[in-house]
Write a protein that binds this ligand. Structure first.
Ligand code: NZQ
Ligand code: ZN
Length: 394
């Protein structure tokens, strides 16, 4: 097990009706003596339709807080709206950013939070040309369990001029608190629920596929979390859209999958995310769907690399009985079951399922290794990434 430091400052407020605490929680960050004004950031879509934004405003008003609203965040959040947010925050001298929505809204809020206190172009941070030294505090009300941005240090933004999809990881942007009410997820379309499930499973798999030999506790935590996600996903997808307990298990798992507890003592892989981001950048594909296509192909490509670990994953997560298979067969049976699971909840597992153009594969492989080889399970250069896209397109 490797040395590590673990600290996650995000306060999680979890359960029914908790969004009504938003005013009082936010007010705790107000510096006494000055009026405290916040940026209320959201999509202008689902959270408005469900009445959530009205409830949030009510709670903020009750707590004596003032806000400026910026809506319009789209999935795969765009840099142009981030620029607009930064301008508003600077002009209005806002001190706190409240994101109400999914990973896209939260990531856009985090980018604004960095950009507002950054002397230069915020995109340079995502291009790894510059680093921030501070950010405004961000808090969230989560409406889709998926990205785990509610307690992560990451923000992923798309510069539509490329289009480029890039991530930035800084402790400054980890939310100060996040409100998670599973009831808010009842309105999710099945496809979005499924994308979220694929994303949280991928967050655990990226950490699980390590070459670190002795990380038994985190291995077991990862396997247990993945089993719980799969079981509760099946409940939700067999008529349990409003099953509070199943939705709650999935929502908590989404946060835990990406709050770095499951990374302790090990180095994760993260190639599938980098490879998947090109599908989102070029085809505006939902992030979770990019992962349900890429992860099975990534495992197939790695089938000879630490095969016992892949076989263990198949056994512990997908119930493959090792007595009937050798390691490689077991690993492949695990991938087969994973693909079937993704299909059963309506996700694509091949390029054709999502109508993606395989003609773009060479270009995407080049772009994916823009900052150098990706992954740690084994380092993947352009040729390897291209082979993974081809496996996913077969
Ligand atoms: O836009 P609206 O109308 O709000 O609809 C959204 C959107 O279309 C809908 N939705 C959300 N909550 C809903 C709802 N519809 C009905 N009822 C609700 N309660 O769901 C759609 C997807 O929303 P989005 O915010 O894009 O989803 P997600 O949370 O999956 O976020 C995806 C983004 O996060 C990034 C991804 O790359 C992608 O850009 N990621 C961020 C990470 C991080 N910051 O730590 C890590 C992840 O690996 C990921 O890369
Ligand atoms: Zn992800």
């Amino acid at each position: 097990m490797q040395n590590f430091e673990y600290c996650n400052r995000t306060k999680i407020i979890f359960g029914k009706g908790t969004e009504n605490q938003i005013g009082d929680e936010t007010a705790q960050y107000a510096k006494s003596g000055s009026p405290f004004r916040i940026l209320l950031h959201h999509s202008g879509g689902s959270a408005v339709r469900s009445g959530l934004i009205d409830r949030v405003k009510e709670s903020l008003k009750k707590a004596g807080l003032e806000w400026v609203e910026l809506d319009g965040v789209q999935p795969n959040p765009r840099l142009s709206l981030v620029y607009k947010g930064i301008e508003i925050v600077k002009k209005e001298k806002l001190e706190f950013i409240l994101a109400v929505g999914g990973g896209s809204v939260i990531d856009s809020a985090k980018a604004i939070a960095m950009g507002a206190l950054f002397n230069g172009d915020v995109w340079d941070i995502y291009e790894r040309k510059a680093a921030p030294t501070q950010a405004l505090p961000v808090a969230t009300i989560v409406t889709i369990p998926a990205a785990g941005s509610e307690s992560s240090i990451s923000s992923v933004i798309t510069d539509e001029r490329g289009p480029w999809k890039r991530g930035a990881n800084y402790e400054y942007i980890r939310p100060v608190f996040s409100i998670l009410n599973p009831e808010l997820t009842y309105t999710l379309p099945p496809y979005q629920t499924a994308c979220g499930i694929a994303d949280m499973l991928a967050h655990i798999m990226e950490r699980y596929f390590t070459q670190e030999p002795h990380v038994e506790l985190t291995d077991e935590l990862c396997e247990g979390a993945m089993r719980a996600i799969i079981r509760n996903a099946r409940t939700v997808f067999s008529g349990g859209e409003k099953n509070y307990d199943a939705r709650a298990e999935i929502m908590w798992a989404g946060a835990l999958a990406h709050n770095n507890l499951l990374s302790t003592g090990r180095i994760g892989d993260w190639a599938s995310h980098a490879i998947g981001h090109e599908l989102s950048a070029l085809f505006d594909l939902a992030h979770g769907a990019s992962l349900s296509i890429i992860f099975p192909a990534w495992i197939k490509y790695n089938i000879k690399e630490n095969t016992p670990r892949l076989a263990r994953f198949a056994a512990k997560v997908w119930g493959v009985d090792g007595a009937f298979y050798d390691y490689e067969q077991a690993a492949l049976e695990g991938v087969f079951r994973m693909e079937n699971f993704f299909r059963s909840i309506g996700l694509p597992v091949k390029f054709a399922d999502a109508k993606l153009d395989p003609g773009k594969i060479s270009e995407m492989a080049k772009r994916a290794v823009n900052f150098g080889p990706v992954g740690n399970y084994q380092k993947l250069d352009e040729k390897a990434v291209e082979a993974i896209y081809r496996l996913a397109a077969e």
